[in-house]
Ligand binder design. Structure first.
Ligand SMILES: [Zn+2]
Length: 251
């Protein structure tokens, strides 16, 4: 260690430990540094994406992301959590969104379908570039859901969340809990393919687009306003309803 090295002591709380290697979890971390850096850059260099942070406390005082870390600072970092909000005046988190809308990275296709099924406005394509995802999240104020910590660390991203689970069914429960969405669930309102809103449509007007057996047995139809996909309550519907029930029971 050179003489010019300074040190800051970090404590990361609760879910923020998910981003730390095992030997750094739940302990005070001594972080040595030479170059002048903001607290935001320093916590990201330790692996914590800034959209996951709610409060920053330095030597007992709350600071914002632009605070320049000083030698021997003692720093507590608290996560945004589903368990109640912090006093807005001390929080570094962005303004809460009035509309909960999402954009998802390419690893989260199944989660995107589940969010659409439950009625949430969810953009997803399997060819979105990282820059595009950050841009969409920023310009349309959509919450970026991702399995890529680096993407979440881009400065454009203010509203984002690192999805912990790799299991699609756990992922949807995790996201509903994290954003307190169970009470906003409104299933079968959106196209699972393209996110468009569904409208009810008369059978006569689409009769040539549905199989004969369905023509006889089914009377209620919906059509996507964007891609024109037709939906009806077939055998698939019961399976989806069951899937929704299982998820809602965990709310
Ligand atoms: Zn559609």
């Amino acid at each position: 260690m050179t003489q010019s090295m300074a040190v800051a002591f970090f404590c990361f709380y609760a879910e923020l430990n998910d981003f730390l290697p095992r030997h750094k979890k739940q302990v005070k971390i001594s972080h040595f540094f030479e170059d002048r850096a903001s607290i935001k850059d320093m916590i990201e260099s330790l692996g914590i994406p800034h959209p996951e942070v709610d409060c920053l406390e330095v030597n007992g005082q709350y600071v914002n992301f632009s605070y320049i870390v000083q030698d021997k600072d003692s720093i507590n970092v608290y996560p945004i959590s589903a368990m109640g909000a912090t006093t807005p005046s001390i929080s570094v988190r962005p303004e809460p969104l009035s509309l909960m809308r999402f954009v998802l990275d390419i690893h989260l296709g199944k989660l995107a379908t589940s969010l659409r099924l439950l009625g949430f406005d969810t953009l997803y394509r399997n060819d979105y570039e990282d820059q595009e995802l950050a841009q969409i999240s920023s310009s349309q104020t959509r919450i970026l859901l991702t399995r890529d910590k680096g993407l979440l660390m881009r400065s454009l991203v203010t509203h984002g969340y690192y999805v912990r689970s790799t299991q699609p069914q756990q992922q949807i429960v995790e996201v509903l809990r994290r954003f307190d969405l169970f009470k906003l669930v409104s299933p079968f309102q959106r196209c699972l393919r393209c996110n468009g809103l569904l409208e009810s449509v008369a059978k006569e007007s689409i009769i040539d687009q549905i199989p004969e057996t369905v023509q006889l047995q089914t009377h209620e139809f919906h059509r996507c306003q964007d891609c024109a996909q037709i939906y009806w309550k077939g055998s698939h519907y019961e399976r989806l309803q069951q899937f929704i029930n299982v998820i809602m029971e965990r709310g």
